[in-house]
Design a protein around this ligand. Structure first.
Ligand code: IPE
Ligand code: IPE
Ligand code: MG
Length: 231
């Protein structure tokens, strides 16, 4: 990798599982199974690259519109993942966190997420944030509600930010979307205000470590001005 900085926080909209399966005349659920493998590979690859935070968009507040079987299958995979991967997280001192509304999730999954977050809370390796029942608008709305409940006097960008789901995590530097669509689909709306976006036509199950490196390289060539001008 070039010497320029690796993005500290990478967010990924992991899209294209269903199309991957359909192209192979398989069930959409088979695509999610393959997508899970890619997610596991990507956690390892991001860690090796030296990213400090990785936010994975697993299930959006809009994804409840899908068939009950597909929703159930995805949530089942999450449950399995939380059980099966915990040893890997322990060994590598990776901290697991959740972004999204836990109250809309089945109680057992919300509890598994809470327990995994609690158990890994002191780990100082990379942090992996699972965006699950996550919507950017919903997160902002919940932040405003918390802020009002806390009776915070001043409504500023700073005080609102502090009531988001994971206020200590820096904004994503790089947001990747696979699957060919160039949209945000309600992912990290507040936090992504100045993220660099990278869109790939590859379907998520086909995404590799080399693709992640290519995205990071592209990021490293970007000129981040944040509204200013280069001297
Ligand atoms: C992304 O893949 C996974 C989730 C949204 C849960 P999709 O299931 O959206 O796959 P496509 O976009 O239909 O191919
Ligand atoms: C975005 O993908 C959500 C996740 C990857 C979890 P979608 O497939 O739900 O997005 P749209 O429907 O194409 O906007
Ligand atoms: Mg999709």
């Amino acid at each position: 990798m070039p010497a320029s900085p690796v993005p500290a926080h990478i967010g990924i909209i992991m899209d294209g599982n269903g199309r991957w399966a359909q192209q192979r005349k398989l069930l959409r659920t088979q695509g999610h199974l393959e997508g899970l493998k890619t997610a596991k590979r990507t956690v390892k690859a991001a860690r090796e690259l030296g990213a400090e935070y990785l936010t994975l968009y697993v299930f959006s507040t809009e994804n409840w519109k899908r068939a009950a079987e597909e929703v159930g299958f995805i949530l089942g995979l999450v449950k399995q993942y939380l059980k099966a991967e915990l040893d890997f997280y322990r060994e590598n001192r990776i901290r697991l966190r959740h972004a999204g509304d836990p109250t809309g999730l089945p109680a057992d999954i919300a509890q598994d997420l809470r327990e995994a977050a609690e158990e890994t809370r002191e780990f100082d390796g990379m942090q992996v944030i699972l965006a699950l029942n996550y919507g950017g608008r919903n997160e902002i709305l919940r932040a405003v509600k918390r802020l009002l409940q806390a009776g915070t006097p001043a409504l500023t960008e700073e005080t609102l930010s502090r009531h988001l789901d994971n206020p200590d995590i820096p904004d994503p530097d790089l947001i990747i979307r696979t699957g060919g669509d160039c949209r945000i689909s309600n992912f990290l709306l507040w936090e992504g205000a100045y993220s660099e976006y990278y869109f790939s036509d590859k379907l998520w199950p086909d995404w590799t470590e080399e693709d992640l490196i290519a995205a990071v390289r592209a990021y490293q060539r970007r000129d981040r001005r944040f509204g200013g001008v280069q001297p």
